[in-house]
Design a protein around this ligand. Structure first.
Ligand code: FE2
Length: 261
């Protein structure tokens, strides 16, 4: 891969936290991220699986991960029909399309989902778009479902709470910054709380179905702001959906991911 290709691939993510001032200072169409070295995904597979769950280790043929609660369980924040369509059709569609794209590429069948998504731009050209879109879609949604809970909401505790306060000033400041990043995603994409290789927390956004792993970061909490995630109930009121999201965040799960870093 050329330096140019590598640099272009790193344009996808815009750092929001810490780099906010820098992001605001660069012209539209550019990125606040300086070119970074190639991402390094933890070589400790056991730790990574513990961190991100079994989805990390899935390989072709990929399968839809089950919701960890009934589709109606998040009704207070996300309506049942949206959950059913989002999981059963959209997420299933990413799985189906990823499998179809890799069908004839047997050399890639042993590669894990995270490995493929992290290195999508180094894969054979025929599959890069499919892995970037549908592989990322599969990974993102699998992480999303497990970061929500009908018993969610409130604030994190323990080391994660301390890390968030230390990084963002307070939980309320973090929540506001994350909400603003979610609202600012143009079109379809995600906002994330992610950890860099040094464990430093960042709020980042990714377009379409890209994931922070492509930047060598570990996703801890993601919010899907594609319209398919909220339009039935919230229509164009993405801000209301974002506020409702906070009521179902499973801080227990995010704390668990953070604890494995
Ligand atoms: Fe989605």
């Amino acid at each position: 891969m050329s330096i140019l290709e590598n640099t272009l691939s790193r344009r996808a993510m815009v750092k929001v936290s810490a780099g906010a001032a820098l992001a605001a200072a660069v012209p539209a169409g550019t990125t606040a991220c300086a070119p970074e070295p190639a991402p390094t995904i933890t070589p400790d597979r056991g730790r990574a699986i513990e961190l991100l769950g079994a989805i990390w280790d899935q390989a072709h043929p990929f399968t839809l991960t089950e919701l960890p609660y009934p589709a109606y369980a998040l009704e207070a924040a996300i309506d049942t029909l949206t959950m059913e369509i989002h999981h059963g059709r959209h997420h299933q569609g990413y799985v189906n399309n990823l499998n179809a794209a890799l069908e004839g590429h047997t050399a890639l069948h042993g590669r894990t989902l995270v490995d493929l998504v992290a290195w999508w731009d180094a894969l054979p050209q025929e599959v890069t778009t499919a892995v970037r879109n549908h592989g990322g879609g599969h990974l993102n949604h699998a992480l999303f479902w497990t970061s929500l809970s009908p018993e969610g909401g409130g604030e994190p505790n323990g080391p994660l709470a301390e890390a968030i306060s230390g990084r963002f000033g307070s939980f309320s400041s973090f929540r506001e910054e994350f909400s603003n990043a979610s609202a600012a995603v143009f079109g379809s994409g995600w906002a994330w709380l992610a950890a860099g290789a040094d464990g430093r927390l960042e709020i980042v956004s990714t377009p379409n179905q890209e994931n922070p792993v492509t930047e060598g970061m570990t996703p801890l909490l993601g919010l899907d702001v594609w319209e398919h995630a909220y339009y039935l109930r919230y229509q164009n009121r993405r801000g209301d959906y974002i506020q409702a999201f906070w009521d179902v965040v499973s801080w227990e799960e995010v704390e668990r991911r953070f604890s494995v870093l």
